[in-house]
Design a binder for this molecule. Structure first.
Ligand code: HSE
Length: 427
């Protein structure tokens, strides 16, 4: 590829993202050729569905791209773990550079694929995998390379942020907000990867690995989604001066890393609290650069194509300079992941209780016995006829294992009808 003028590209997948990438390569071909020192040619597209495309361009067989000696760069935008992992592996082994938007593959198999790319002296770029068009990967790899990163707090999933924004603004219950998001095309018909936090976990694993030079498996990240949240939680959040967000958190304390994805109460004046709708935002803290905030739309074909085509350009430019920027595989071996049980935050509890004397005393005894200190309490009479009330408690910092134990004990207290919800508070 170094000596050739033209660069041949094979595209795996012609869905929303693939179609946009194909469109950009075609529409911007003159400026891309100018920037990269020669034409970028979309040589072949592999897509299982039947689509209208120039004769000779389309194949239903990915092998035709992966084994074609003419193809220099493979763009993988099929998504999902399989067969994308195998396709990327094969492309690398056959000496092709790879650009992918696949967060699941990079989060689960990144380390192995980066080593393979090094072995075969090819580049494996994945800018679109986190935050789509927001230039995050290159920022961590290059712009922030001299920093010791101490923390990442991020909203990395547009679908859930849209649902949470609707729940907060209109005090909708989760199923109603989800249905509306689906009708508007912001949530998929099977939304589980988004709403259960799995998509966010993959993205956090990628960012944490880059930021802390570790090899964090997505399974090591605590994960809790948003489907258990109720309209009342948003009422109380507002009352206490907070908003609820699904946050990806990775923090370093000395040789320990905290990595978790779950809904949090965030102070309403914080920058991340103001990130609404389908937007993503990533706050990183470096010893040199200080506090940074990246903000933008983290999904959609055009946004992803911005990152994907930039990756292609980087590979071509590097190659023209005789460079292959193989991915970093260095690991900070001594860092260990803190178990969730040891994490300490403040908590919000919402309890459905019997409305009679002594109830608060019984609840505070359980909390006290578990070394959980109460910071404030509100009680609302919710059902006079049934003599039931809703009690909301904010605690001082407490350990997760103590809180989990207290929740189990509270469920056994006869005056507690239900522990309706407990949410961590991030200041
Ligand atoms: N499903 C993701 C989101 C977009 O809702 O943000 C792709 O990463």
């Amino acid at each position: 590829m170094q000596t050739k003028q033209e660069v041949n590209i094979g595209l795996l997948g012609l869905g929303v993202v693939g179609s946009c990438v194909a469109h950009v390569l075609l529409e911007k071909k003159d400026s891309l050729a100018e920037q990269s020192g020669g034409p970028l040619i979309l040589r072949k597209v592999a897509e299982k569905r039947s689509v209208e495309l120039e004769p000779g361009l389309l194949t239903q067989n990915a092998e035709e791209i992966l084994t074609d000696p003419q193809i220099d760069i493979v763009i993988e935008v099929i998504g999902g773990e399989h067969p994308a992992t195998e396709y990327i592996r094969q492309a690398i082994t056959n000496g092709k550079h790879v650009v992918t938007a696949n967060k699941e593959v990079i989060a689960k198999h990144g380390y192995e694929l980066f080593s393979l790319a090094k072995e075969h002296n090819v580049e494996l770029r994945y800018e679109a995998s986190v935050g789509s068009g927001i230039p995050l990967i290159s920022s961590f790899q290059q712009g922030l390379a001299a920093n010791d990163i101490s923390a990442i707090y991020a909203i990395l999933n547009g679908t859930t942020n849209y649902i949470l924004t609707r729940m907060a603004q209109e005090k909708l219950d989760f199923p109603v907000a989800l249905k509306q998001a689906q009708e508007l095309g912001y949530a998929e018909s099977d939304p589980s990867n988004d709403i259960e936090g799995i998509d966010t976990v993959y993205k956090l694993a990628i960012l944490a690995n880059l930021a802390f030079h570790i090899k964090l498996d997505p399974q090591e990240i605590y994960c809790e989604g948003i489907s258990h949240l109720a309209a009342q939680d948003f009422h109380y959040a507002e009352e206490f001066g907070y908003v609820i967000k699904l946050l990806a958190i990775a923090k370093r304390y000395g040789n320990t890393i905290e990595a978790r994805v779950h809904p949090v109460f965030l102070p309403k004046d914080s920058q991340l609290a103001k990130v609404d709708g389908v937007y993503n935002a990533i706050q990183a803290e470096g010893d040199l650069a200080g506090k940074l905030l990246f903000y933008g739309e983290g999904a959609g074909g055009m946004r992803a194509s911005s990152a994907i085509v930039a990756d292609v350009l980087t590979i071509v430019r590097n190659n023209r300079l005789g460079i292959t920027a193989t991915p970093e595989t260095g690991i900070n071996q001594e860092l260990i992941v803190k178990p969730m049980a040891d994490v300490e935050t403040r908590y919000y509890f919402r309890l459905d209780v019997a409305d009679r004397p002594g109830v608060l005393a019984q609840i505070s005894k359980v909390l006290g016995d578990n070394s959980i200190s109460i910071s404030s309490v509100i009680q609302k009479e919710s059902d006079r006829a049934a003599q039931a009330a809703e009690i909301v408690i904010m605690t001082h910092p407490a350990r997760e294992n103590a809180v989990q134990k207290a929740v189990e004990q509270l469920k056994l207290v006869t005056v507690v009808n239900e522990v309706s919800s407990f949410i961590r508070v991030e200041e």
